[in-house]
Write a protein that binds this ligand. Sequence first.
Ligand SMILES: [Fe+2]
Ligand SMILES: [Fe+2]
Length: 305
Amino acid sequence: MSQTALLIELEPVVADNLNRHLGLAKEWFPHEYVPWSDGRTFDGPLGGEAWSPEDSQLSDVARTALIVNLLTEDNLPSYHHEIATRFGRDGAWGTWVHRWTAEEGRHGIAIRDYLTVTRAVDPVELERARMVHMSTGYSNVHSYEVLHSLAYVSFQELATRISHRNTGKATGDPLCERLLARVAADENLHMMFYRNLLAASFELAPSQAMRAVADVVADFQMPGAGIEGFVRKSVAIAMAGIYDLRQHHDEVLSPVLRQWDIWNVTGLDADGEAAREQLATQMSQLDTAAARFEARREERRARNR
Ligand SMILES: [Fe+2]
Ligand SMILES: [Fe+2]
């Protein structure tokens, strides 16, 4: 099926899932999650106190994870561009694209307000990193294909959910944990929306859907991969168990593949079957790599004990 035909055929599914989403999504207010009375004026035009490392009680890795999560949310204009270009701004697709953008916008607002008021991270470093990151922009390698885009966001929304939730826990700060759990609940609803659309695509065009999933799993990168120093940061995040290969395999890829009942899909052509075989190989390689990483991490922890 052509890209246009897929968008047209999927439109009623978008309408149904949009209604479902609007019924499930609860209104919430970022300002209610921020302890404003803990705040102090900063240096600069208002002559307050500059940030200093002693202002923050957080561990280095918790700070790193918070910055990565926030910068990832900050790049929303680029994500909006990607999905508005691919899915269009008309009809149910357009309503979804705008609603999703509005919900995502709340995440950056809430996390930034929280980090600034509590002096959890250096606000100057954060702002400079935001400028660099947004100036780079974001583009998905598969952004020209509807089903690849749907497969990517199904995994990505779940990945960000887990990353927010575990970052909250890693801070050891119950207020931060509550805020990030709230954000993670939004990401979960986003994941369900996209996952349901791809499930419908398996009915419409099973081989194309299988090809999309196999390609996306093979070269999956977190949406924040363009952040300066991302490799170093993501290693620290993985070492702390906030987001690692084991979680990627067990808590992101596997449950979504199971929901699509990927191993029992019927009606595949030769390429669809080949894609499924590639996917099986990819999943077992990831599992092996995850086990190797866990063993290395355990060794390193034992040495440092
Ligand atoms: Fe988000
Ligand atoms: Fe999301």
